[in-house]
Design a protein around this ligand. Structure first.
Ligand SMILES: *Cc1c(COP(=O)(O)O)cnc(C)c1O
Length: 409
């Protein structure tokens, strides 16, 4: 399996040459960025065909990240669900504790290939910030990470890790002080620094070629998982479930299964506190198509088309937009999108900890909660595969705060 697979027979053919997934995607950016995006696209296309690039990335994914990550049969959780067998794809076991590193290593290699000397990134939960800081430390690249001030508070351990690895963390105090504001600030930096700086976007969002490129780098998740299911169970899963913030772990998990029409794909958005405006982060469930951060996709917006405030207990899902390919999959009906509320995700965090001895990220807990519901309505010989996108140690302090306990960190 190569890290970026241009001949995957089960892959869909999109986006087109304009970066469109049907109506969605594209490139809505000021002219300043057009040349950098063209350069990135052509560099990526050439890297994809370059066996040296492939070899370097494969080697890093193996020796630095610890891939392949295993699939794991969550037997006690399956018993609790009382239906299908629940399996986890263990992205939490990757170096830095989540799927984000699959993408940052790929983009850091591209940064060097393009001859750029500086990296910037945005981060929500801090996982992408840590994964970017890690890749930059590995290659000796200076790194600046923009992070909403509210998230800096919620995700202290990750802020500390980034600084330890030599990254500069810039708290963003504008707007809601969360992920969307951090993306705005990173875009602003990039407009002024694009000659020598690469912006490592952390999800399948942003202008073309980012949604395609990040999906490709993350597709190692689904390629491995698909083969592992065939090896271990001699069959494909009946249902594959992943949480959707920007949508990168879900896109990476789903993409290699897209042409397996017998496999049901379910994306889980952050239902927050309720379906009321401002109380959730579910653009595919409650949003409308619009332009955010350089591409056309479902966005949570008010009556005037302004991006709406969002809420999720989990910093990594707290974003009003979503990757354009997910919007395409929603409208085409290939993927079913649903949502899970804060309370249910928090409860599932506890359940998985006690039942399986795994602390899942709060983001991931959304996916597991829905997977449990789905599995409960299936037969015991059926299989539900969940992308366990990351580990939950980073959330311990925030969970303690929500429970009124003492901060353990
Ligand atoms: C960042 C993150 C997410 C959400 O981002 P996607 O791009 O939707 O994958 C989900 N889970 C974990 C563990 C994360 O760190």
């Amino acid at each position: 399996m190569s890290a970026v697979d241009q001949h995957n027979p089960s892959a869909s053919h999109l986006p087109d040459k304009h970066g469109r997934f049907g109506d969605f995607g594209g490139r809505f950016v000021p002219e300043t960025l057009t040349r950098a995006l063209d350069e990135l696209e052509s560099e990526y296309e050439s890297a994809k065909k370059d066996p040296d690039f492939q070899r370097q990335l494969d080697e890093l994914l193996k020796s630095f990240v610890g891939r392949p990550s295993p699939i794991y049969h969550a037997k006690r959780l399956s018993e609790k669900a009382g239906g299908a067998q629940i399996w986890f794809k263990r992205e939490d076991l990757n170096h830095t504790g989540a799927h984000k590193i699959n993408n940052t290593l790929g983009q850091a290699l591209l940064t060097i290939r393009m001859g750029k000397q500086r990296v910037i990134a945005e981060t929500g939960a801090g996982q992408h910030g840590v994964a970017t800081a890690t890749a930059c430390a590995h290659f000796g690249l200076p790194c600046v990470v923009y992070m909403g001030a509210e998230d800096v508070r919620r995700q202290k351990p990750n802020v500390f890790s980034m600084k330890l690895m030599g990254a500069e963390v810039c708290p963003v105090t504008s707007g809601s002080k969360t992920l969307r504001d951090a993306v705005n600030e990173a875009m602003r930096d990039w407009m002024a620094s694009v000659e020598n700086t690469h912006y490592i976007i952390g999800s399948v969002i942003g202008p073309h070629p980012f949604p395609m490129m990040v999906r490709d780098f993350q597709s190692v998740i689904g390629r491995e998982a698909r083969q592992q299911c065939l090896d271990v169970m001699q069959r494909l899963p009946d249902t594959v479930v992943a949480c959707v913030g920007g949508g990168s772990n879900a896109a990476g998990m789903f993409y290699p299964f897209i042409e397996d029409s017998e496999v049901e794909l379910v994306g889980v958005e952050a239902g927050g506190l309720s379906s009321a405006p401002g109380q959730n982060a579910s653009p595919l469930t409650h949003g409308m198509p619009g332009v955010l951060h350089g591409s056309y996709s479902y966005v949570l917006q008010d009556e005037d088309g302004q991006t709406a405030p969002v809420h999720s207990v989990s910093a990594g899902l707290d974003y009003p937009g979503v990757g354009p390919e997910h919007s395409y999959w929603k409208d085409s009906g290939r993927v079913r999108y649903t949502e899970c509320q804060d309370g249910q995700a928090l409860e599932m965090f506890d359940t998985v900890a006690r039942t399986e001895g795994i602390l899942p990220a709060l983001e991931t807990s959304h996916a597991i909660a829905k997977a449990m519901e789905i599995a409960g309505e299936m037969d015991s010989h059926q299989v539900v595969l969940v992308c366990l996108s990351g580990r939950g140690d980073k959330d311990a302090a925030e969970i303690a705060r929500l429970k009124g306990l003492e901060d353990p960190t």
